[in-house]
Design a protein around this ligand. Structure first.
Ligand SMILES: [Zn+2]
Ligand SMILES: [Zn+2]
Ligand SMILES: [Zn+2]
Length: 762
């Protein structure tokens, strides 16, 4: 300030809120101050970043303006609030060490794909990080998967055990360096190392030799376990039917499609149809697996995605994945490192589990703090739709339209579980926990929630949960009640509705069709084909599908022919030829169950209706994962569309959608030899049209203009598109999930949105 006359200088204190820690924000502020000739300081505190800036008034104004306008790529500035202070006449600008104290709301950021600068170093033989698999900087690299506590500083990450060499330390200490305070900063001298080992642990190679040998093994058709960012993957070359079939056999992953890793967008384009939205998702720093339509000419093993027209593709998101994908030069299967439905392995102690599957293991010595699966997304109606929101997105927060008066935890549902923490107007949906059907996944829920509570320093007082008494997530909520939290039950489909409204920043009311697999209703039956009028705080069930029995309960999910049997028995309809091979005794037993209701809950589930019709058409009598028959039925639909079948609706006080005449028409088409493609197209059109008509009636009655579509069945793109189009043609505004999946991955967020609104309303 020596060249200034004191009194003409202006000093401000600016508070920067949002995701501004661990993203290179302070060095950015330092460089900005340097450029504009500003004196003062910047520091990280419990809320975010605090800056004091002094200089000529125009320079200070420009400085404050650019704090948000020019923020670095991984930062997400939500607010800059500046207040004037008396000028002090100080000179120079410095980065002051972190201040600790009070509650932390400064968010930890998600893991981010390798940036262009780091990639250039990776490929430069003259660079000291040439082919170093853990290259990162403040603009990219691991975050959530290595963080163990806050503030986000190296000792609180799984990099704590690696002492930086002099060169790395100099980068780390230099405010003008791209690696200034890059907590995972590392190089081949001081950082984590890879090694290739045999089953049993015998070392084959280390360093770059390990990467080279891994690629040679892959090209040789072997199955490799590769330690990644959030867990282990299993990899093999995707163009070898022999390798893929062997992986499928060993993994016991029956029909589920495998995801693929390719080196770049050009390689992805060889395999799938990519529109601009798909491409944007693929190259985004979140790097989800993107589902896209397979090209007929793609030379890939048939058993990668049997019966499904889409492939899941991802681009490399760590330097290690870049090296392996580029060196291999062929598409690779990169699927989660687990057997069947277990959670993916992420600790080295768990490697035993993968011994029966992998021929060799590419390991490294940087521990993974939290198991984080790859995210999955697709493009629907011109925008992205998350099908699994995990690595790359977590722990970013979503807004809550109605603030919670007390900190909340949502325990989620049983399937595709993710929990959700909330405080004030922010909610933090967790990484994907999985299907909580055993002790191991229940333990992941417990550990995950404890980790989130530490990380975000949010101590929940209320735990929102599903009404289903047998869900392990409900049991977990009860455990928390014993530890002093207040239980708050939220109906399953209300949570679907609320999650969809809330992610769009809305509180409702709206009309909604929630079409789902199964969810616990308030009348003791299983719901899943529901028409609601409601908002965050309350809902009314204004309509539903005609119910049917689910013979054998859960078994009807895995054997869709049972649902077909249930409907056909109820209707006394003739059997289509698809069921000719089912043993008479078995059929009779299931038919009897559906009549007596013995071991057969009543359900209005739309998912089970799709299963039944798919089975009648002979698509699949038994499935290896929920919804498989319906997914393949959708895939078969004639793209030219089809005329709807009859679908009577009873619009008394309760709107009841009756699919019996539709099923009769489907049976007639089957009898007449109409192709399944046509039947599928007609059936989808029917459900879409009936749903839209019912919602229009509900909207007129309630004088509302917004319709919500959600629930697991709306992962069906064709159904979603047809229904949304019909609603928009009728003049309604349509809200569908985007940021969280329509499946039960959105339930926990919905639970906290509902609980917050209800608690706020008293
Ligand atoms: Zn980088
Ligand atoms: Zn180093
Ligand atoms: Zn559901």
């Amino acid at each position: 300030m020596s060249d200034q006359v004191q009194g003409t200088a202006r000093r401000v204190r600016a508070r920067v809120d949002g995701t501004v820690q661990g993203v290179g924000y302070r060095p950015f502020v330092y460089r900005l101050a340097d450029e504009l000739g500003i004196a003062g300081f910047v520091l990280n505190d419990e809320r975010g970043v605090l800056v004091e800036a002094e200089g000529p008034p125009e320079a200070v104004a420009a400085f404050v303006e650019r704090l948000s306008a020019d923020a670095p790529p991984l930062a997400d500035v939500t607010a800059v609030t500046a207040e004037d202070l008396p000028a002090t006449g100080g000179a120079g600008f410095e980065i002051v060490p972190s201040v600790r104290g009070g509650a932390a709301t400064a968010p930890v950021t998600p893991d981010s794909a390798t940036c262009e600068d780091c990639l250039a170093e990776l490929a430069d033989p003259a660079d000291r990080r040439y082919r170093y698999p853990f290259t990162n900087c403040t603009n990219c690299g691991p975050r959530f998967t290595i963080v163990q506590g806050i503030p986000y500083d190296r000792p609180q990450t799984t990099m704590a055990g690696f002492v930086m060499c002099d060169e790395c330390q100099a980068e780390y200490d230099d405010p003008l360096d791209r690696r200034f305070h890059a907590q995972p900063n590392a190089c081949p001298v001081c950082g984590p190392q890879v090694r290739l080992v045999e089953r049993g642990g015998e070392r084959v190679a280390g360093g770059d030799d390990a990467v080279v040998a891994t690629v040679a093994d892959l090209l040789d058709g072997k199955i490799l376990a590769i330690k990644g960012l959030g867990g282990y993957h299993l990899a093999c070359r995707a163009d070898s039917e022999e390798a893929v079939a062997r992986l499928r056999g060993r993994k016991r992953r029956e029909g589920r499609p495998f995801a693929l890793l390719v080196a770049d967008v050009a390689a992805a384009r060889e395999l799938v149809e990519l529109g601009p939205e798909e491409e944007a998702l693929l190259v985004s720093r979140e790097r989800p697996i993107v589902l896209a339509t397979r090209k007929p000419a793609a030379s890939l093993a048939d058993s990668i995605a049997p019966g499904v027209p889409e492939l899941g593709i991802m681009l490399p998101y760590t330097p290690l994945h870049h090296l392996v994908a580029r060196d291999a030069g062929v598409p690779l299967v990169l699927t989660s490192g687990n057997v069947s439905d277990e959670p993916i392995a992420f600790r080295d102690e768990e490697l035993e589990r993968l011994e029966p599957i992998a021929d060799r293991f590419l390991l490294h010595d940087r521990p993974i703090a939290t198991r984080t699966d790859d995210s999955v997304a697709r493009v629907v109606r011109g925008g992205p739709l998350m099908l699994r929101r995990s690595r790359g997105y977590v722990p970013a927060s979503l807004p809550l339209p109605i603030a919670c008066p007390r900190p909340l935890l949502g325990a989620g549902a049983e399937q595709k579980n993710a929990f959700c923490l909330a405080d004030g107007t922010r909610a933090w949906p967790s990484h994907h926990i999985g299907d909580i059907k055993n002790y191991e996944t229940l333990q992941s829920l417990r550990d995950g929630a404890a980790h989130f509570e530490r990380l975000l320093e949010v101590t929940p007082e209320v735990v929102a949960h599903d009404l289903h008494p047998d869900y392990l997530s409900t049991r977990y909520a009860q455990e928390r009640e014993e530890a002093g939290l207040v239980l708050h039950g939220v109906q399953h489909h209300h949570a679907h509705l609320a999650a969809t409204l809330a992610e769009h920043g809305e509180a409702g009311p709206a009309v909604a069709a929630i079409y789902d697999g199964t969810g616990y209703g308030t009348d003791g039956t299983i719901w899943g084909g529901e028409l609601f009028v409601g908002g965050l705080a309350e809902y009314e069930r204004v309509g539903r599908l005609v119910t049917a029995k689910m013979p054998g309960g859960e078994r009807a999910i895995h054997e869709p022919w049972r649902m077909a049997c249930s409907w056909l028995t109820q209707m006394m309809a003739p059997l289509p030829p698809a069921f000719a091979d089912i043993e008479q005794n078995r059929w009779n037993m299931v038919a009897r169950m559906s009549m007596t209701g013995m071991g057969s809950p009543t359900t209005s589930s739309a998912g089970r209706l799709f299963d039944a019709v798919a089975a009648m058409c002979g698509v699949r009598l038994e499935v290896s994962y929920e919804g498989q028959a319906a997914i393949e039925f959708e895939a078969l639909a004639d793209r030219a569309g089809g005329d709807p079948y009859a679908f009577p609706m009873e619009a008394k006080e309760m709107i009841v959608l009756n699919p019996r005449p539709t099923i009769m028409a489907v049976l007639a088409d089957i009898g007449a030899g109409v192709p399944v493609a046509t039947i599928s197209a007609r059936f989808h059109q029917t459900i879409a049209q009936a749903t839209a008509e019912a919602l229009v009636i509900a909207a007129e009655r309630a004088e509302l203009d917004t319709a919500v579509l959600s629930g697991g069945v709306f992962q069906n793109r064709l159904l979603l598109r047809l229904t949304a189009d019909a609603l928009e043609q009728a003049g309604l505004r349509v809200l569908t999930p985007r940021l969280l999946p329509p499946n039960d991955g959105q339930i926990a967020y919905g639970q906290v949105a509902v609980a917050a609104a209800q608690l706020a309303a008293g």
